[in-house]
Design a protein. Structure first.
Length: 176
């Protein structure tokens, strides 16, 4: 950056990163792998985000890391669901395991919903479509309970991958 400024070129660090990354999917995959390895091995992480406008659009940059790794992701949302998606580090599956069920309990999901999910033998779903079909099969969307059972079950199933030891697929998920 100092060299560029010395030459009279005014450019932000982020723009330099964009120029380096543009068309380099391998670098994006490497960044994803850094996040996955960091989350799998970290005893703790910190998270921070900041909002910024770029090309007349609001966006958010989220930083995840600790003393051993740092990862940045930029998205158009700052929601809980978006944050859980970032922590999934590119994984698209949904998992019902002890961590997911604990998340649902902490968010005060109705016991009948948790019981339906916990008692069913299907625990791993390839993507959102498969998980939503499972919720429909269990008739969870038609329940009139608070908080929203689909929202909390989905957040829990997303978090099942990355909370605690759940960052590594269980044997039953790995074989499907």
């Amino acid at each position: 950056m100092t060299l560029l400024r010395t030459l009279g070129i005014l450019i932000s660090k982020r723009q330099v990163v964009r120029l380096l990354n543009d068309g380099h999917d391998g670098l994006r995959a490497e960044a994803r792998d850094v996040l996955r390895a960091g989350l799998a091995s970290a005893a703790w992480i910190t998270v921070d985000d900041t909002g910024a406008r770029h090309q007349a659009k609001n966006g958010f940059c989220t930083q995840v890391g600790n003393a051993h790794f740092t990862w940045f992701g930029t998205t158009g949302s700052k929601s809980r669901r978006n944050f859980l998606d970032l922590l999934r580090a590119g994984h698209g599956d949904y998992v019902i395991n002890a961590a997911a069920l604990a998340y649902m309990r902490e968010r005060a999901l109705a016991a009948q919903v948790i019981d339906r999910l916990a008692e069913h033998p299907d625990r791993c779903f390839a993507d959102q479509r498969a998980f939503n079909a499972h919720l429909e099969k269990l008739r969870i969307p038609s329940l009139k309970v608070n908080p929203d059972p689909v929202l909390i079950a989905t957040e829990g199933a997303k978090s099942g991958r990355h909370l605690g030891a759940a960052s590594r697929p269980t044997a039953s998920c790995a074989t499907r």
